[in-house]
Design a protein around this ligand. Sequence first.
Ligand code: PMP
Ligand code: GLN
Length: 396
Amino acid sequence: MVDGTWRRVAQAAGLLDPSGVPAPTIFARMSELATRTDSINLGQGFPDTDGPAAVLEAAVAAIRGGANQYPPGRGIAPLRRAIAEHQQRRYGLDVDPDTEVLVTAGATEALTASIIALTSPGDEVVVLEPIYDSYSAAIEMAGAVRRTVRLEWPEYRLQADRLTAAVTDRTRLILLNTPHNPTGRVLDRAELELIARIAQERDLIVIADEVYEHLTFGGHPHVPIATLPGMAARTVTISSAGKTFSVTGWKIGWLHARPEIVDAVTAVKQFLTYVNGSPFQPAVATGLALPDEQIRAIGTDLAQRSALLTDGLKAAGFGVRPSDGTYFVIADAAPLGYADGAALCNDLPRLAGVVGVPVQAFAEDPSQPSSLVRFACCKRPEVIAEAASRLAAMRP
Ligand code: PMP
Ligand code: GLN
């Protein structure tokens, strides 16, 4: 019998079946289901078109130019500078590219390395539920304890009493995700102020997963919590090139925080991957330096796709909460007569030739409605339209 930490990790992420066999993540399973059944994949969040040509060409040029060996441990200087300049230009944040930035293997590594580095076994990490899968796994790898604060369908607002109740003397971190996967919510300033107040009162570090920072829709601007008074010193801000530039397979992410925190996270990160993605690093620097209008256009374009998917799901009879941002829209299948989103997602390829992800996969709380399904809108408009018409034709 192979035993070890994997068991706790798989269990924490809800991936252990009753006979003790670990399953792949929900996203991998749903993509495999889509491929096997030749369905439209609105499950795992990845675009079906390429991002900006300038970014792709810069990666090709970097490979041809010989950027094919280990990059420096903290990331190449031009990328760290581009990250710092982006944070200054876009949010007015002062970030020192030499001491306050770390390039990572996607946001996933930034999250895992930060959680391992900044907790000791038994420490508590407060997270928002529905929760992105890697958070629970990383908390478990660190030997830390997860405390969830439930966001409730359909508003999915953070409530002060729930957050206060989740914080104890063992809490070290609040792990925040905005724009939020899977709910599509962009937390507003009042919610961020609440987190900031509690973090300061209880001397906590906030890890802010902001990978969808540029993918917000009209009237819901993304506010990095590091911009709130007193928060830059106690926030680890995490982002990734994958979403913004439609290059999810490149796995270039980053974080910034005050120097001691970056030193601590680097100490762990260098033994996870050491470094990664030499030729992609200069390409992402090129992307971050693109004119603001071009980056804004990426969000505007996605807003149209999100609206198309929302309208299509409504027309098909789902109850839908329009998203404020992200790749995702949550739809309630109860009005169509489906009470169990997980069962529906297993049947959707047969019923409609479409794949989605059950929101149950992001939540443990049994009081959350189980009829919710997450659909991805980061696909070509004709693909979204075809998926919507197939869903409209579906019968229970
Ligand atoms: N955080 C959230 C909320 C995500 O949706 C994702 C998935 N892409 C990640 C982190 C991981 O990002 P990356 O692919 O850069 O590791
Ligand atoms: N973030 C993507 C999603 O939510 C999945 C990435 C992954 O599979 N790790 O769909």
